[in-house]
Design a protein around this ligand. Structure first.
Ligand SMILES: CC(=O)SCCNC(=O)CCNC(=O)[C@H](O)C(C)(C)COP(=O)(O)OP(=O)(O)OC[C@H]1O[C@@H](n2cnc3c(N)ncnc32)[C@H](O)[C@@H]1OP(=O)(O)O
Ligand SMILES: CC(C)C(=O)C(=O)O
Ligand SMILES: [Mg+2]
Length: 517
């Protein structure tokens, strides 16, 4: 094996080639260049930029990336065919560092059915193609497509032939994601041990994820002696995808205690490249995806949140900063506890007294039971509403309304007025009108409604509504706000909030009875 550091793993990224083979993942030239730039910034060793003969677009992408990228080797795929190899060499001609990656299948099934070639003809094709590639370029990689379903004796002969012809990297793909980790480790080790000239090449893994084993197999291949891993960002690729680069790199980094190998990858670029690839391909990253999923560094359970607040290592084996996230996120929801809620309030700039805190927490839990996701805006609305109303003489205790498209609405409202609960049933032209009528009946006066405004605090049909009501009476004008996920309740709270302010103003001049007789 060449190279000084026997434990260094080269990262060969094939997002732009195998990744683009995912049905629906086509990328434009500009998008491919943007991705290649970030791959270079994260110190990927080899970028497989495309399959130059596949189309003029692929040729152009490989050419442009080759001309632009200076710190990574740029590579093009080529079949065991002179035209493919020449097209790859042509596309790569302006690269600072370049590689031709040529391949042919070595499994009995692929040779017989797909290639319709005798094994001896495949060996000749390997010799011919690798020799030709070497005549065009110093750095040639050869892959035994479907290596894991190949006969080991034939595979070893094929590898020996490729190395003799000048390949300095030998890739043993698990093309159909069929291998198990133990098998794959054994395969790589056996080939390295049995092929007489194996010391002249670096061995590589290229694992597909059909059984969800791509990353495990890649790491097993390294244990077997491979020192290059082929992978893609977010694990995109043919069928169930390829081994995910971010998982491999972070597994090697995090478990260095049991895997003594390392890569050069700048891991703090991981989130940036993951988001870029997801945006460009339109392939959303599943929330629970390792390393880059939205929940990978998020905690919603109270016990976990409490642990993370005390020391993140209680529930995190990597730091969010190490993959380019600012910090872990404590997702507020019905499973959250007081520690996390208090921390969130501090972050949002609130300092509440104990009673207000307990009341806000109670309302927050209630909201969590009704609403899937609680955003910061929900908490702000809830706390503002609580702070604004907790000292009020009049408070909404309960409200239920019934309305239909062709009839009057009815409201059943209970208010607490100076500690005493009062209930009425009233009607109106709609549920908000009915609720306002109920409040007016209970307070015993009828201020002029100047403004009624509603807006949704967040997105979604379960968003909280934030209402503003402006009331005017005897030259006094006040605004009241209320928030709730039930729009009519939010409106009633806003009305009551305005009435409280109006009452205060009225009391300064002439105290009025609070409950209608
Ligand atoms: C495991 C992998 O990921 S391999 C890479 C897969 N990626 C792609 O196929 C994407 C790009 N491919 C393409 O654009 C097209 O398939 C092309 C341009 C490469 C070839 O297109 P076409 O000439 O129309 O051939 P088509 O795709 O229908 O068939 C593939 C041919 O290549 C042959 N072939 C397959 N692999 C190899 C190989 N490694 N070396 C030589 N020939 C090969 C097949 O036997 C078949 O030959 P045939 O036409 O004599 O039967
Ligand atoms: C072309 C080769 C390396 C490949 O993508 C595979 O075998 O999966
Ligand atoms: Mg592949």
């Amino acid at each position: 094996m060449s190279g000084n550091d026997a434990n260094r793993i080269r990262i060969f990224d094939t997002t732009l080639r195998d990744g683009e083979q995912s049905p629906g993942a086509s990328m434009t030239l500009e998008e491919k260049i943007r991705i290649a730039e970030v791959l270079e910034a994260m110190k990927v060793d080899i970028i497989e930029a495309g399959f130059a003969i596949a189309s003029n677009g692929d040729f152009e992408a490989v050419s442009k990336i080759a001309a632009q990228i200076k710190n990574s080797t740029v590579c093009s795929l080529a079949r065991a065919a002179t035209a493919d190899i020449d097209r790859a060499a042509e596309a790569l001609k302006s690269a600072k560092s370049s590689r031709i990656h040529t391949f042919i299948a070595t499994s009995p099934l692929h040779m017989r059915v797909k290639l319709q070639m005798e094994p001896s003809a495949v060996l000749e094709a390997i010799h011919r193609s690798v020799s030709h590639a070497r005549s065009r370029m110093g750095d040639v990689e050869w892959s035994a497509e479907d290596a894991t379903r190949s006969e080991i004796d034939f595979l070893c002969r094929a590898v020996e032939t490729a190395i003799k012809a000048g390949a300095s990297t030998i890739n043993l793909p698990d093309t159909v994601g069929y291998a198990t980790p133990a098998e794959y480790e054994r395969l790589v080790r056996t080939v390295i041990e049995r092929v007489p000239n194996s010391d002249k090449a670096i061995f590589s893994t290229h694992c597909h994820n059909d059984l969800g084993l791509a990353v495990a197999n890649s790491l097993a291949g390294v244990a077997g002696g491979a020192r290059q891993i082929e992978c893609t960002i977010n694990g995109i690729g043919e069928r169930a995808g390829n081994a995910a680069m971010e998982e491999i790199v972070m597994a090697l980094r995090t478990r260095h205690d049991v895997m003594p190998w390392h890569t050069n990858i700048e891991t703090t670029e991981i989130m940036r490249i993951s988001r870029l690839v997801s945006t460009v391909t339109g392939f959303a990253v599943q929330n629970n995806k390792a390393i880059v999923g939205a929940n990978a560094f998020a905690h919603e359970s109270g016990i976990h949140q409490d642990g993370v607040l005390k020391n993140a290592e209680t529930y995190e084996i990597m730091t969010p900063e190490s993959v380019g996230l600012n910090k872990s996120s404590l997702v507020m929801g019905k499973h959250s506890g007081r520690h996390a809620f208090a921390d969130k309030l501090r972050e949002l700039g609130y300092e509440l007294g104990d009673n207000a805190f307990q009341e806000c927490f109670r309302r927050f839990k209630e909201l969590g039971d009704r609403k899937k996701q609680i955003y910061d805006e929900d908490i702000v609305a809830l706390v503002d509403d609580e702070v604004a109303t907790s000292e009020n003489r009049i408070q909404v205790v309960s409200l239920s309304t019934h309305s239909s498209s062709n009839g009057r609405a009815v409201s059943d409202m209970t208010l607490r007025v100076d500690g005493e609960e009062v209930s009425v049933v009233t009607y109106g032209s709609g549920p908000v009108d009915a609720a306002f009528n109920a409040i007016k009946q209970i307070i015993g006066f009828d201020p002029h409604l100047q403004l009624f405004q509603v807006h949704a605090v967040t997105q979604g049909t379960d968003a909280q509504a934030e209402c503003t009501v402006r009331l005017e009476e005897g030259g006094r004008t006040v605004n009241g706000q209320g928030a709730h996920e039930d729009t009519v309740t939010a409106a009633a709270r806003a009305y009551v909030s305005a009435v409280n302010k109006l009452t205060l103003k009225r009391q300064k001049t002439a105290p009025q009875p609070m409950v209608a007789s």
